[in-house]
Design a protein around this ligand. Structure first.
Ligand code: SOE
Length: 392
C-alpha cells in the first residue's frame, strides 16, 4: 500500500516502558486516523546495540542504532522521539533541535529548571526554521480529560473555585522494592513529584485553562535505603547492608496552590498509596457545577450541574465513548472503551496534525518549562517551609 502523504521519518531514543508505549502509538496512529504526514518508524536507538536491535524487531522499527549522536544528525530523520530517563533529555533534545529535527520529549521535560530553560531556548531558536517541539503529557489525550477541558472552556462549571488533583501509585510501598533509576536524583531529577506530580500539574492547568501562580508544599522520603538492583535488573534478595543504596528522591509530595484566576488547588503525588496502582484523580468545583475524573475508570467523566432542580440534581456518569467525544470516532462503537495506550496514539495524532498544518502542537517545550518551574517551586517550598511564586 503506498501512502498519499509525505513521509515523516521518526527516530526513537530509548526503548523501555515509554519506548514501548510510543512505538505502539507510532504504529497505530496512521492506521486509525487520517494524518497529513505518513510516520515512518525509521530507527530505534539504545546504548546496548544488541538490545536496541531486539527492540527494533519487537517494537516495529526498521533499524537500530547505539549512539544517539549519530541519530540526531542523520539527513534522513525528521523527528526525534526521546523516551530516555530525564538526565539525558536536555542533551539529546538540544542536539536534535540544532540539527533541525522536530522533537517529542517524555515528561518531565528535564531534571532541573536550568536544563528546561536551555531546552525551551533551543526550541525557540529552532522554531524560526519551522521546527516544532512537544512534551509527552499524554494524559491530556484521554478522551474524558479532553471532554473535561471542553466543558470548562464552555463555562459549564462556571467560575472555578477548587482544583483537587492526585496521582496515586504504590509500586514502592514495599521497603524491599529495589533501587531503580527512578529513585536516583541524578537520573530522575526528583521522585513522585517529577514523575507523576508533573502529570497532575499539567492536567490540572490544562483542564482548568489556567496556570498556577504560587505553591506551598512538602516532600517526604519514607524509605531511605533500598536493595541494589542485580546486574540482570532483578532485586537482590537477602541483602546485606552493603547491598543497599540510598534513595535520593522523594517518595511523596503534597502541596497547595493558587491559580491565576483565583482557584485554590490541592495536589498530591505518591508512590505509597497502598492499593492505588495508577489513580489519577482530578476534580474541579465551580460556581455552576463540578467535574471529576479518575484514571482507574478512564472512560468515565463525572459531571454535576448545579443549575439542575434540587430534586433531580446529582453527579452523573458520562461514558466518554460516543463518536461525538474527542478522539473516539476513530475507534470502536459506543461503550467499547479505550485504554492507557490510546492516549499515546492521540498524542502522535495531535503532533503529526500540527506538523502538517505548520503550527505548534501542545504542550510545547515552553509549557514543559512552566511545569518544571512549578516542580522546582514545590521542592524549594518544602526546603524553606515558605510559599514560592512561579516566575511567569
Ligand atoms: C512510573 O511511575 C510511570 O510509568 C510514569 O513515569 C508514567 O509517566 C506514568 O504514566 C505511569 O507511571
Amino acid at each position: 500500500m503506498t501512502s498519499q502523504h509525505p513521509p515523516l521519518a521518526v527516530a526513537m531514543v530509548g526503548h523501555a516502558f515509554m519506548g514501548a508505549a510510543h512505538s505502539q502509538a507510532w504504529r497505530s496512529a496512521p492506521r486509525f486516523f487520517d494524518l497529513p504526514l505518513d510516520p515512518v518508524m525509521a530507527l530505534v536507538c539504545g546504548r546496548d546495540a544488541g538490545r536496541a536491535a531486539d527492540a527494533a524487531t519487537r517494537l516495529g522499527w526498521a533499524a537500530s542504532e547505539s549512539d544517539w549522536r549519530r541519530v540526531v544528525t542523520r539527513e534522513d530523520i525528521d523527528l526525534v522521539d526521546i523516551c530516555t530517563p530525564g538526565d539525558s533529555h536536555a542533551e539529546i533534545a538540544v542536539a536534535a533541535l540544532e540539527a533541525g529535527k522536530h522533537v517529542l520529549c517524555e515528561k518531565p521535560l528535564a531534571n532541573t529548571v536550568a536544563e528546561a530553560e536551555e531546552m525551551a531556548a533551543a526550541a525557540e531558536r529552532a522554531a524560526a526554521h519551522g521546527v516544532r517541539t512537544m512534551v509527552g503529557f499524554t494524559y491530556r489525550r484521554v478522551p474524558a480529560v479532553a471532554l473535561a477541558r471542553q466543558l470548562v472552556a464552555a463555562g459549564r462549571i462556571g467560575e472555578l473555585r477548587h482544583v483537587r488533583a492526585q496521582y496515586l501509585q504504590d509500586w514502592i510501598a514495599d521497603p524491599e522494592a529495589p533501587l531503580t533509576w527512578r529513585l536516583d536524583k541524578e537520573r530522575a531529577g526528583s521522585g513522585a513529584l517529577g514523575d507523576i506530580g508533573a502529570h497532575v500539574i499539567d492536567l490540572a492547568q490544562h483542564i482548568a485553562g489556567d496556570r498556577i501562580l504560587e505553591v506551598s508544599g512538602q516532600l517526604d522520603t519514607f524509605v531511605k535505603e533500598r536493595p541494589l538492583l542485580a546486574a540482570g535488573g532483578v532485586g537482590l534478595s537477602g541483602t546485606a547492608a552493603a547491598e543497599r543504596g540510598p534513595v535520593t528522591v522523594d517518595d511523596a509530595a503534597a502541596f497547595v496552590a493558587r491559580f491565576a484566576g483565583g482557584a485554590l488547588g490541592v495536589f498530591e503525588a505518591t508512590r505509597f498509596a497502598t492499593g492505588r496502582k495508577n489513580a489519577i484523580r482530578v476534580e474541579l468545583n465551580g460556581s455552576r457545577g463540578s467535574l471529576a475524573f479518575d484514571f482507574e475508570d478512564m472512560n468515565v467523566l463525572t459531571f454535576y450541574d448545579a443549575e439542575e432542580p434540587a430534586e433531580t440534581a446529582g453527579f452523573r456518569r458520562i461514558l466518554v465513548t460516543e463518536a461525538a467525544h474527542p478522539y473516539v470516532a476513530a475507534w470502536w462503537p459506543p461503550g467499547h472503551g479505550l485504554g492507557y495506550e490510546h492516549a499515546f496514539t492521540h498524542q502522535v495524532v495531535d503532533l503529526v496534525r500540527a506538523l502538517g498544518a505548520g503550527v505548534d502542537p501542545d504542550p510545547t517545550f515552553a509549557d514543559g518549562l512552566q511545569v518544571q518551574r512549578v516542580l522546582a517551586a514545590v521542592e524549594t517550598s518544602s526546603d524553606t517551609r515558605r510559599w514560592q511564586e512561579i516566575p511567569a
